[in-house]
Each structure stands twice: as C-alpha cells, then as structure tokens.
Design a protein around this ligand. Structure first.
Ligand code: DGJ
Length: 548
C-alpha cells in the first residue's frame, strides 16, 4: 500500500486508520488507488479487475434476479451492475422501501458476485422516467428545463432546488442503508450517480434561474481547468470566456454541480467510489460546438475537465461504448483514459463483436468493463446489442472472462504498475504492433496455426473481426498473455534492438487461487515455429524470451 496514493487515505489520514483499527471486523472499504496517472480499484484492500455485466434496465426487482445471476454466471463475471430506482426506493415522499436492495445484496452474496449500483434518479438517459410519480408530475415543485424558445421540455432542470434536495435525500438514504447492511462485507463496490445525464434537443436550460446563472462569471475552479477551444476572454461570463461553446459548457457545469451535491452528501455517509457514465459524442469528428448531435451537459470527453472541477466527489467519467467501429472504440478509450481519470467501461454492446474489446480495454489498464444486457430477461436490445437472449449471448464474453478471472487480482496490479497492453482486431484485419519495453510485438489476424500460407483460405470463425490479446510484461523478458484468434510475433527493440532472439519458454497454464502460476504444458516446435497462434479459445500463456 505504501507505494499507492489513496484518495481516501490522503483525505482522512489518521482518522481512517483509527476507524479501521477500531472496527477490525469490517473489510476495507472499496476505493480507487492511483499511481503515476494509472489506477486500480481496491476491493477488500486488494487490486481488483471488474469483470462485469450490466443487467437490463427493468431487472431491478426480486422476481427478475434469477435471470440476472444465471447470465452473470455464464459470463464468468465477478460483478453485476444493476439499477436502484428512485421510484422504487421512495414511492411515497419520505417512505423508503429498501426491500429490493436487501434482496439484491443477499442474493449477490449467495451467488458470489460483487455489485455496482446504478442510481436512476433525476436523470436516466437524460429523462425523468425513474423518478417517483410524486416527482414526475409535479412540475411546479420539480421544474423541467425550458428551451431557447421558452418552451418546457421533457428533462428536469438542474436548477430545480427542490428536485436536488429530494433526489439527494433519497440517495443519501440509500447510502446510509448500504452502510448499515454492507459495511462488514462490501458486496457493493461502486455506485454510479444518475445514468447518461445531459439533455437532447436543447443545449441548456433557458429558464429564469439558469439565465441568471449563465450571466454570472465562470467560477475560478472551472477557469483553472477548462481552456476555451477558441480564443476568448481570460475571465468573465460563460459567453465571454467560451464563446460558441458557452451553452454546452454551462450546462455541463450545472449538471455536474447537481451530481456533486448528491455524491458529496452520499460519500459523507458511506464513502464508496462513485462515477458517472456517458452517452458519447463522436470521438473522431472535428471538435465543434453542440449542434444537436449528442446529449449536451453529459460528461462527454470535451467536458471532463468541467466535471473534474465541478464534481470532485465523482472519481470517474466513464464511456458507454456502443459504436462498434474499432477506430471509434480506440479513440474513445484514449479520450477517457487520462492521468486524472481512470478508465472504466461501465457499458458496452453485448453483441459478439464487442467481446474482443475486452482485451483492448483491460490491456489498456481499465479498472473494469461490463457488456450491457447480459441478463436472460426476455429482451434483446438489438441493433444496439445482440439479437440473442440466451447462453449464446453471454458466451463470447464468458470465455474471455473465464480465462481472465483466475488472474484478475494480478492483472489489476500489473495495470496499476503500467505493465499491460491490449489489442483488438480492426475491421481492416491489418497487423498491429505493440511497443513493450525491449520488445516489439506484431499481431496479425486470420492466420492458420501452422505455416505462413495465405491462399485466401482463412480459418473458420474469423469471418468477422473477433481477435484480440492482452499482455502484461511481468519481467524484462517475460509476458503473461491472454488472447484469441490472433498471431503474435516478438522481436527485440530498444535495448534488444538488432539482437536475435528466441523463446525460452512458452508455457500454457493458469494462475491458481493463491496467485501461483500452474504450468500445464510448454509450447514448442510446430506450436511456436510460426509465431504464437491463439485460436478461438481464449488461452493464457507465460512467455519468456531471450537474446543471443
Ligand atoms: C445506455 C443506457 O445507459 C442503458 O441504461 C440502456 O438504456 C442502454 N443505453 C440501451 O440498451
């Protein structure tokens, strides 16, 4: 722990240490640890890779849970992300019903799963559909936003003071209840505050309160962090500083400030890591002011700095990955993985083509990933996700998670140490390279295991891109590699450049429960003569090389 800077330890110092000593029966609270701009989620005090799945939106009722656990198990997940809705927690104002949360936590323990709770409150995919009825239809007390033309719209206003107070009260009640039922076991490891916030159809709130705030100077904390994309005043109103971007940035500030109020109050009661998720803006198109093309005010990559400044109790702005093109996935991951923002992919399409991105995401050092809708509820969210609703839908993720799972703890530590790399096959099927320390690794796709013949006859099952690998450089000349449908070739680079090299050992095996490597066999001869060829079955190898 010494080498790791923990946000919570820094914040509470001795008090936290004393509290932990006084209550030795409790497992350490989950927290995010950072080192040199990389991160690990600590669960029970140890680095943890979240091999997650997310349940369908309406699976937040006891009767729906059997189908969630069944799918999560088939996916070999260690964590289930699942909503807790304001409408179910506080159906009548001031009357709280924790029965679903109690059932959920108890069943998660029986099923040996961790939980990430998704607080569906004021905003769920920007709308108020998960608020209780006493909120939904009382627009005087809980005002909706007003568009530029002065017309009320669907989305609740971030300037609704009573909305904020009411949402905060319910959220704090949830956190207090979690502390009561889960502080000893820490089944719940993270909380998502709201869901895909922002607003479609209008760039910001034009109601009276919002207008007054828009004319105020930009707060210094925002100015210090968010630079204007076009030259503007160094300080002044939002319009003066941010010009054509002012409306979007102001809305991001308003929404982030609202979320901060919830997160701050909730963490004061029970200090779990918290994050927000994002319905992405296009990561590739040239930067331009909002033109109706994404939910304004959400934590899109261009306003992460605003969220960091306005919502310091939110650890992570996290991308929901639903554009399957590899160029967009890669760009999104690069934009969200920053020294001040741990990479977490809390949602990803559950179609088979997304499975290869697990390698890229975990290889980049993400703290976790979760395909959406891995749940045997009778519902498919095709074309966003898979057409399938049964075991075949969970299987492509399950095979990868099963191989990762025995080493998930080591993997999280290697990621924190900056030793990991990830690759996913692109649509052009072209080779890609990884520059590791002293080694260049070339990945190619659609190769046979034997030989280099390439007569147009390709291995079955490779018709669409599904190859990938994640590598951890565990020592100067040693890699732990997990992959599928990929060929890897190693050559000396950096200090090893120009030196001939060969494999010392290519051990196939697994890590046992104690984290010890168990060798099953050593690959040699045909199995290494044409590179390291992974088939469709995810396999773990420990590769040691040498130069001569
Ligand atoms: C993203 C949202 O965050 C999820 O709750 C869900 O609505 C998916 N989109 C679509 O299935």
């Amino acid at each position: 722990m010494k080498r790791i800077h923990c946000r919570r330890m820094a914040a509470f110092g001795l008090m936290a240490v004393l509290a932990a000593t006084a209550d030795a029966a409790q497992a350490p609270i989950p927290q995010l640890a950072g080192k040199d701009g990389r991160y690990a989620l600590l669960v029970d005090g140890k680095p943890f890779t979240m091999l997650g799945v997310q349940a369908h939106n309406s699976s937040n009722y006891p009767a729906a849970l059997d189908k969630v656990w069944a799918a999560a198990k088939d996916a070999h997940a260690n964590t289930v992300e699942i909503p807790v809705a304001w409408e179910q927690l506080e159906p009548d104002e001031g009357r709280f019903d924790f029965s679903f949360v109690d059932t959920l936590v108890a069943q998660a323990r029986q099923n040996k799963m961790r939980l990430v709770l998704l607080w569906f409150g004021t905003w769920k995919n920007t709308g108020p559909q998960y608020t209780p009825e006493w909120v939904k239809f009382d627009n005087r007390r809980f005002p909706r936003m007003v568009d530029r033309e002065g017309k009320g719209i669907y989305c609740l206003s971030p300037f609704g003071e009573q909305t904020l107070q009411a949402d905060k009260k319910a959220f704090v009640a949830l956190m207090a209840h979690l502390k009561k039922i889960d502080a000893a076991q820490r089944t719940v490891i993270m909380v998502q505050v709201e869901n895909e916030v922002g607003t479609y159809g209008t760039v910001r709130d034009f109601g009276a309160k919002a207008e007054a705030a828009f004319r105020q100077p930009v707060p210094p904390a925002i100015l210090a962090r968010k630079k204007a994309p076009v030259p503007g005043a160094a300080s002044g109103t939002w319009a003066e500083v941010y010009g054509p971007y002012a409306d979007e940035y102001f809305h991001a500030y308003a929404v982030a400030s609202y979320i901060e109020a919830l997160a701050k109050a909730g963490r004061a009661v029970y200090d779990l890591p918290m994050y927000v998720n994002n319905a992405l803006r296009d990561p590739i198109e040239p930067m331009a002011p909002w033109k109706g093309n994404f939910a304004s005010g959400g934590p899109t990559f261009d306003v992460i700095d605003i969220y960091k400044a306005a919502a310091p109790h939110i650890d992570i702005a996290a991308p929901d990955v639903y554009s399957p093109e590899s160029s967009k996935v890669g760009a999104t991951l690069s934009l969200f993985q920053r020294p001040d923002n741990a990479l977490l992919v809390p949602e990803m399409g559950n179609a088979a083509g997304y499975a290869r991105y697990v390698y890229q995401i975990l290889g980049r050092g993400a703290i976790g990933v979760a395909p959406f809708g891995i749940d045997y509820a009778d519902y498919s969210n095709y074309p966003l996700g898979s057409k399938l609703k049964d075991k075949a839908m969970a299987e492509p993720f399950g095979r990868i998670y099963a191989a990762f799972r025995p080493m998930q703890g080591q993997w999280a530590q290697w990621a924190l140490d900056g030793r990991t790399f990830g690759i996913a096959e692109a649509e052009d099927r072209k080779p890609q390279t990884i520059d590791a320390n002293g080694w260049k690794i070339t990945a190619s796709f659609r190769e046979w295991q034997f030989g280099t013949a390439n007569n147009g006859d390709r291995p079955p099952g490779t018709e669409s891109p599904n190859g990938g690998a994640a590598l951890a450089q565990v020592a100067a000349n040693e890699f732990v590699v997990i992959g599928q449908n990929i060929r890897l070739a190693f050559e000396g680079a950096g200090a090893n450049a120009g030196k001939p090299s060969m494999y010392a050992r290519v051990e196939e095996g697994h890590f046992d429960n104690a984290g010890k490597w168990v060798m099953e066999r050593n690959w040699n001869g045909d199995q290494t003569d044409y590179g390291i060829n992974f088939t469709a079955n995810p396999t773990v190898l420990k590769i040691r090389l040498g130069t001569y």
